[in-house]
Ligand binder design. Sequence first.
Ligand SMILES: Cc1ncc(COP(=O)(O)O)c(C=O)c1O
Length: 400
Amino acid sequence: MSKHGGREQLSIPGPSVMPEAVLRAMHRASPNIYEGELINMMDGITAGLKRVARTKQGVAIYIGNGHGAWEAALSNVVGEGDHVLGLFNGRFGEGWAEMATGLGAVVEKLDFGKKAPVDASKLEAALKADTQGRIKAVLCTHTDTSTSIRNDIEMIRAAMTASGHDALLMVDCIASLGCDRFEMDAWGVDVAVAASQKGLMVPAGVSFVFISDKAAARRAEMKRVSRYWDWAPRANPEMFFQYFGGTAPTHHLYGLRTALGMLEEEGMEAVWARHEKLANAVWAACEAWGADGPLKMNVASPAQRSCAVTALHVGQPHGLNLRRWCEQNAGVTLGIGLGMSTDEDPKGEGFFRIGHMGHVNPQMIMATLGSMETAFEAHKVPRGAGALDAAVKVLASSGA
Ligand SMILES: Cc1ncc(COP(=O)(O)O)c(C=O)c1O
């Protein structure tokens, strides 16, 4: 078997597959950065970003990856010595909190393990216990890409409101934006961070911080904010260069304009429904495989799973064999397990992830699942029958 002679497919959870239209939009000479088209397209880009995040409040754009957006967001509202409460159910929740520690914040933690979403009652209790109001912000992922748990942001906000606490709700939507329903304003999110390379279908390198009016007011009370990370001029620029604190990420902007146009044309409700359907097809196949073999989805309840990524455990040596076979023989790259090492499996190679985010459709999902079935067969991995059939039934049905 050889992967040569056809297209290769990236089924990792970001960077995701880029549409040809995005690639074509970027394939051009550098533009004038002082006047003309580039400047004129910024209103459309910021309006498009806000439509995707469902907010009418502010947005700042950064040249940087998701880590950059994490630091940018924190730098505007969390000062040295301030307390933040980190809600953990995977590597990325932990990573954002580590960044807060690096900026001199005191991190308090609620750890929900690697299989369950945030328990809102525990959050409410923790905030009620903070009688002096020391906690300035609650940090949480919408989807933690390492575990594929999707947290219920509405419920988290409700718990914060019930506690009577004034902390900001800061949400990492890096994996979920443009994949899972996210409603910044309706859900009462104060700060949301996102990046270009997943549901937004653009290369890695630009990231976004969405800013509520409450968060903007907090920023105004800060003693100082690093000049480069300061979101105030970026969200309300008087001159073009202030959007980016220097030279614009010109080609990312062309790609982003095209990608936002594609999302707009499809409609956010349809984009979310597509991701839900494709995720359901993946899960149906995984259920069938798991019925008579070692494969297990990391998150048991479908309601708690992300529609952008599915984390799975198949044990060793199957995990590594499966990924290797798919990449080397079928041209399909699956995601590695991240932050899932155990004493028996110190490299966490028994885990892997399927990315189904962004520019994906049924034929791509069937290619990934079909390649996995073939890899299982090649390595004689025990598994239940009918996985592809189960996926087909979901895709052929009219519901989600
Ligand atoms: C949920 C989440 N947060 C943060 C990050 C970090 O983003 P980046 O790798 O672009 O710095 C990622 C990357 O995969 C992510 O999935």
